[in-house]
Design a protein around this ligand. Structure first.
Ligand code: NDP
Length: 449
């Protein structure tokens, strides 16, 4: 085991997800460390795995029956070496320090890959949005912000949404931030279009993921047209991944939530996707209702404690895990391989376990890690920040064009870096090495801070 892993495991033995994220990077960057003794001398590894700042705080709020509830809030500021922390906020009962440190760590490398001057962080709460009324969501968001506003700002830490934090929540969070600070500034991204948001921000992570997949397929003279695709999740990233896949002529046959998944052999077309958006974003229902609505589709409940998910056993050419971390197990990876899937493109952050990732790389199928493939979300957040600073809005076409250019650029960087370090086609090494070098070179320039 690398000495860095020994250090972080001794310091925080229960942070499984964080250890996994660090391990994945350490495995890739060994040759860089060997060639650059100055990195070791400056202890960049020891520094990059320790957040610059971590804050935990109490979030008391009142439910609709006037009961006092208490959740825990977090703000993890991992690295500001190349720009202000750019973080994502997650509201989910599984949120803890390990999950947020893993997300913040991934964010550091992802943001470096976008070519924009953005550091990395993450925040959120163990609050469960499921079953909460709009009023309860508003009261929670407002109380959460009464502490978070002390730590974020347009030049300090700029937060966006992640699991459980969509446009409704960003609205409530921004409203309270504005009131507390008495200023209208871009401290949050993913804002509404008539109050500082950017066109294409909502679509960006999903669209960007598909643009990345199209670039990968092009290296093997293939396109997405006519390809059967598995998509997991039914939230922001899954919806827009499916939307762009459908637009490019692919056939999406699955979507899921944490209770189960739907399989539609006819394919989920534009109209069916519009139904899913209404179901998930407005009615906040469960994906099983899709099977009641569309005959011919099948709903299968999934046991979260099982070590496989039958969603990944359907025959397809491409797979887009867009739900959550570690959703593709070793067993799922073998099911995917046995079904002759040619491409895995991660819309979610770290959706493949380490064993699954090793299998994909070992079998030389096209595999894109989330820190490269889903970087479109943060890239357009960066573009929202630029528009806020300039006090103007770009056309959707212009933002989409910039997103495409950024995704193409990330793809090229990953490919070229992997090649330069003698692992051609290994996007994981390419992403980890290029992100790492950019951040640690900035750290060397800035001294021991
Ligand atoms: P949403 O909250 O919009 O959707 C999350 C989806 O994943 C839901 O369908 C949810 O189902 C499902 N899900 C959540 N937790 C679990 C679980 N433990 N097991 C199975 N399914 C689960 O989140 P996003 O779409 O925004 O985020 C999805 C992923 O994409 C995350 O990994 C996030 O970090 C990543 N990401 C998001 C970006 C963004 O801009 N939003 C940008 C880049 C990455 P249910 O409703 O039942 O909980």
């Amino acid at each position: 085991m690398s000495y860095i892993l020994e250090i972080i495991k001794a310091r925080d033995p229960n942070e499984r997800e964080f250890h996994q994220a660090v391990q994945e990077v350490i495995d890739s960057i060994q040759p860089v460390l060997d060639q650059n003794p100055q990195y070791r001398q400056a202890a960049v590894l020891e520094r990059i795995v320790e957040p610059e700042r971590m804050i935990t705080f109490r979030v008391p709020w009142l439910d609709d029956q006037n009961n006092v509830k208490v959740n825990r809030g977090f703000c993890v500021e991992m690295s500001s070496a190349i720009g202000p922390y750019k973080s994502a906020l997650r509201f989910h009962p599984s949120v803890n320090q390990s999950i947020l440190k893993f997300l913040a760590f991934e964010q550091v490398f992802k943001n470096a890959l976008t070519t924009l001057p953005l550091g990395g962080g993450a925040g959120g709460s163990d609050f469960d949005p499921k079953g909460k009324s709009d009023d309860e969501m508003m009261r929670f968001c407002q109380n959460f912000m009464t502490e978070l506003y002390l730590h974020i700002g347009p030049n300090t830490d700029i937060a966006a949404g992640d699991i459980g934090v969509g446009s409704r929540e960003i609205g409530y969070l921004f409203g309270m931030y504005k009131r507390l600070r008495n200023e209208f500034t871009g401290a949050l991204t993913g804002k509404g279009l008539n109050w500082g948001g950017s066109l294409i921000r909502a679509q960006a992570a999903g669209y960007g993921c598909v643009y990345f997949a199209a670039e990968m397929l092009a290296t093997r003279n293939m396109t997405l047209d006519g390809q059967v695709c598995l998509v997991s999740g039914a939230g922001n990233v899954a919806q827009h991944t499916a939307e762009k896949l459908i637009e490019l002529g692919a056939k999406v046959i699955t979507l899921s939530d944490s209770s189960g998944y739907v399989y539609d052999p006819e394919g989920i077309d534009r109209d069916k996707l519009a139904y899913v958006k209404q179901l998930k974003n407005i009615r906040r229902g469960r994906i099983r209702e899709y099977a009641d609505k569309y005959s011919g589709s099948v709903y299968t409940p999934v046991d979260a404690n099982s070590d496989f998910n039958p969603l990944w056993s359907h025959r397809a050419a491409c797979a887009f895990p867009c739900a959550t971390q570690n959703e593709i197990s070793e067993q799922d990876a073998y099911a995917i391989i046995n079904n002759n899937v040619k491409l895995i493109c991660e819309g979610a952050n770290m959706p493949c376990t380490s064993d699954a990732t090793d299998i994909f790389i070992d079998k030389s199928i096209l595999y894109a890690p989330g820190k490269a493939a889903n970087a479109g979300g943060v890239a357009v957040s960066g573009l929202e920040m630029v528009q806020n600073s300039m006090r103007l809005n770009w056309l959707g076409k212009e933002v989409d064009q910039r997103l495409k250019i950024i995704m193409k650029g990330i793809h090229k960087t990953c490919l070229e870096t992997a090649e330069a370090y003698a692992t051609p086609g290994n996007y994981l090494n390419g992403a980890n090495i290029s992100g790492f070098v950019k951040v640690v070179d900035a750290m060397l320039d800035q001294g021991v801070v």
